[in-house]
Design a protein around this ligand. Structure first.
Ligand SMILES: CC(C)=CCC/C(C)=C/CC/C(C)=C/C=C/C(C)=C/C=C/C=C(C)/C=C/C=C(C)/C=C/C=C(C)/C=C/CC(C)(C)O
Ligand SMILES: C[S@@+](CC[C@H](N)C(=O)[O-])C[C@H]1O[C@@H](n2cnc3c(N)ncnc32)[C@H](O)[C@@H]1O
Length: 375
């Protein structure tokens, strides 16, 4: 007698839709679990599922271990040379036993490696040092995690998330007034993380037939600087809120990029045969997006091209990056929303765009791209 014998397996085809539910009820049964973890044909799956569940349960401890490594500068220290916990403790200002604990934890996550009594950098730890803006992103997660402290209250809209304060432009969608220092700080973090997004976008979408590209919500121009490196003769214009454009001027002056201050709540400048929206839609509500896409449609000539690049929901195939991280992140920002490629294409069609193309995304945790044409 096995745990499978508790209830008869449905045989009739009419009941086959219930088979999944029946099986899930068995898996939720402790007796079945115990049997499955011993039975040769099921014990591997049982162990694997146990590990996967444990990883989800422990995720916050993993993230905070990474944050401690980043805050203390552990990877930078080990980039110089391998070291013992005692040497690291002295250098980074932690008690030796706590440094040993952190080193073991980081090694457990494969961020560093243990060799005898010393630790050295691993591939993952080394890679984290080379991803532009990643260490600052990890540091700023302290804000996000405070917002996630009570996820049910956050989902019910009963909290006042700090992330909405962190990115000032999302507080009031028509706000054009951002204090200069704030505009510079948030644009810095945004610009630092733009490198890989730009690389991925330009790998995915060709601009070879474009004459003039206007990047709407382009921040301090990091995307257009990457475009300039790939397309030396393209005309480029950067459109963003006036305080952001003031900060951007110094960054775009040497790259033949025309800075244009304004709000997309008003009309967009015309003259570009391509418009890009990189990491813009997911900051805003459906109504704002409908309004923005209508403005983009108007600003483009017939045959003009729209390029959308941002992390997206997986839609009917939900993903960790799109449907967990970016969905919760944009929800905590209070105005935003991670949308699937199909949802975005639907919104484009509603404004009259045609030839929507969902480009395959090699690294969807960085970005996915959609292009569309104004007929
Ligand atoms: C040496 C030996 C033995 C072998 C060598 C083998 C080899 C060549 C291995 C490859 C090593 C290598 C080159 C690794 C490279 C790894 C890379 C490039 C990793 C990149 C990781 C990128 C990450 C983790 C990006 C994270 C991005 C995040 C979290 C972005 C968050 C963005 C947010 C929150 C944006 C918010 C904007 C808002 C406010 C919503 O509008
Ligand atoms: C998430 S950031 C993306 C910046 C840049 N495209 C990138 O990927 O790094 C969104 C940008 O949209 C800009 N933005 C927000 N509301 C705007 C508006 N009403 N008009 C023009 N730009 C706006 C913000 O100032 C910010 O630079």
């Amino acid at each position: 007698m096995t745990a499978l014998d508790h209830e008869p397996m449905p045989r009739s085809p009419a009941k086959r839709r219930g088979l999944h539910q029946w099986l899930m009820r068995r898996i939720a049964d402790p007796g079945f679990q115990s049997w499955a973890s011993r039975f040769p044909l099921t014990k591997r799956a049982s162990r694997k599922d146990g590990e996967r569940l444990f990883d989800l349960v422990s995720g916050f401890a993993y993230s905070q271990t990474l944050l401690a490594c980043v805050e203390l500068g552990l990877f930078e220290a080990l980039e110089q040379e391998p070291a013992t916990p005692e040497q690291l403790a002295h250098k980074l200002g932690l008690a030796p036993d706590r440094m040993r604990l952190l080193c073991q934890a980081a090694a457990g996550l494969d961020l560093i490696q243990r060799r005898g009594e010393s630790y050295r950098l691993s591939r993952l730890g080394a890679a984290s040092l080379g991803v532009p803006g990643l260490l600052d992103m990890i540091r700023h997660h302290a804000v996000f995690y405070r917002d996630l402290a009570d996820p049910v209250a956050l989902l019910r809209g009963e909290t006042q998330p700090e992330l909405a304060e962190f990115w000032p432009y999302v507080r009031g969608e028509s706000a054009t007034e951002i204090p200069g220092q704030q505009a510079s700080t948030y644009s810095d973090l945004m610009a630092q993380t733009q490198g890989l997004v730009a690389e991925e976008t330009l790998r995915t979408v060709s601009l070879s037939k474009v004459t003039k590209l206007m990047d709407v919500g382009g921040g301090t121009g990091a995307f257009l600087r990457a475009v300039r490196a790939h397309y030396p003769s393209l005309d480029l214009a950067l459109f963003d809120l006036p305080p952001v454009i003031e900060v951007a001027r110094a960054h775009v002056a040497d790259h033949r990029i025309e800075p244009l201050g304004g709000s997309f709540h008003e009309a967009l400048p015309t003259g570009a045969d391509a418009i890009s929206l990189v990491r813009v839609l997911y900051d805003h509500s459906d109504d704002t997006i409908a309004e923005l896409l209508a403005k983009v449609f108007k600003a483009l000539p017939s045959g003009g091209r729209l390029i959308i690049s941002e992390p997206m929901s997986g839609g009917d195939a939900p993903t960790r990056a799109g449907d967990v991280y970016f969905a919760l992140y944009t929800m905590a920002m209070t105005t935003g929303k991670a949308r699937s490629a199909d949802e975005i294409c639907g919104m484009l069609a509603a404004q009259g765009f045609e030839n929507m193309k969902k480009h395959s995304a090699p690294r969807p945790f960085l970005t996915s791209c959609i292009t569309a044409i104004r007929p």
